[in-house]
Design a protein around this ligand. Structure first.
Ligand code: ZN
Length: 313
């Protein structure tokens, strides 16, 4: 049983409109689902991903309108690392982000570092593992330069070895660098790296990551819950999130982990070409649609008025 790298990453936004603009217009991701928080249907849960909404590329945001800026601290993810196709793609992004007035820094091996409008840090690196690219289509971004899905996350911890023990013994991770562990299945891999925590306490609010989900199959998902029970890891149990099933638990450094399966995906309630157009409500809220839609922040369809994306295989 091997986890297939990162399934999705969920974060918080205090400004859904600006968030939508940044992740679709600037970064070129596709809005693949516009739904509501299952625990509070008056606010959005937005999903950005590649053209098909594949696990491995899904960045999601819970909206907390007007949330003050958050701050990553011990036990929190502080940076999201994405893959691109080549060193030329890194140069393309450094130039594009600068043109769009997003401050950029270059890191190791030419990586491109920047923050979203609420201070959530991102880094682009060249896809070294050879995993299939998971890319969306965008009129200003050549296909060969598009983001290709997640490479990993970086979290803060002063005792990464405690997390490492759980990662290796229970989750099947391999140590692949200093305080870095990789979870790799037959299709994809992704990593988590730990950096020393700042002294200031973290604050979970706008621009901070809520959790990272690691991917598995529908068949193996219940077996992970059995493994956690046998190993004494306390979890949420299996929760149905409509697009996939989830198990949540906190790893020893404090980062909230989720194990998510790969079905049924976003086409459960929209055909592929319609993804992200309509507000999706969990069945129990469908009868209250007019009242719920009236309370949500109006969001323009980022692809409205553009010709339909070309067919994808
Ligand atoms: Zn999740």
């Amino acid at each position: 049983m091997q986890l297939q790298g990162i399934h999705h990453i969920s974060a918080i936004t205090g400004d859904a409109r600006r968030n939508l603009d940044f992740y679709t217009r600037v970064l070129g991701l596709r809005l693949v689902a516009k739904t509501v928080n299952q625990d509070d249907p008056t606010v959005y849960h937005l999903f950005y991903a590649d053209e098909q909404g594949h696990p491995g590329s899904e960045m999601t945001f819970f909206e907390y309108p007007h949330a003050i800026p958050g701050r990553p601290g011990a036990g929190m993810i502080h940076r999201i690392v994405w893959r691109v196709g080549s060193p030329e793609a890194l140069d393309f992004w450094a130039e594009r982000l600068a043109l769009l007035e997003v401050p950029v820094a270059r890191g190791d091996a030419g990586s491109v570092r920047f923050s979203d409008p609420e201070g959530l840090d991102h880094e682009l690196v060249v896809n070294a593992g050879g995993d299939a690219p998971l890319a969306a289509e965008h009129p200003e971004i050549p296909a060969e330069h598009a983001l290709q899905g997640f490479d990993g996350v970086r979290a803060y911890s002063d005792q990464p070895e405690r997390s490492g023990a759980l990662l290796e013994k229970i989750l099947g991770a391999e140590k692949t660098g200093e305080d870095t562990w990789t979870l790799r299945g037959d299709a994809r891999g992704g990593s988590i790296a730990y950096d020393p925590a700042p002294t200031e306490r973290g604050r979970q609010s706008g621009g901070s990551v809520h959790h990272v989900a690691w991917g598995t199959s529908v068949a193996e998902h219940p077996r992970w819950q059995e493994r956690f029970e046998e190993s004494g890891v306390r979890t949420s149990g299996i929760i149905d999130r409509t697009y996939f099933k989830s198990i949540y638990f906190r790893e020893p450094s404090g980062v909230l982990f989720e194990i998510a399966d790969d079905a049924p995906g976003f086409t459960i309630d929209s055909p592929l070409e319609e993804l992200g157009r309509k507000i999706i409500l969990p069945p129990q809220f469908e009868s209250q649609r007019p009242q719920i839609e009236a309370r949500l922040t109006p969001l323009a369809d980022p692809r409205a008025g553009k010709t339909a994306a070309s067919p994808v295989s």
